[in-house]
Design a protein. Structure first.
Length: 55
């Protein structure tokens, strides 16, 4: 095999590993936190409360 073939297989292997890590992290986050926590925007709410609008 040439060097480029080996590098190609290594790149495919790394992309598969990264894909598995992403799926594992997705499952871990999904089981750890509720949808309300994941979709909340507390920072946005805090900013909206502190803004002062002058007319």
């Amino acid at each position: 095999m040439q060097l480029w073939d080996i590098l190609e297989y290594a790149a495919w292997g790394l992309s598969a590993v990264f894909g598995l890590l992403i799926v594992a992290d997705w499952i871990k986050i999904d089981t750890t936190y509720s949808e309300d926590v994941l979709t909340s925007s507390r920072e946005g709410e805090l900013e909206a409360m502190t803004e002062q609008h002058k007319l």
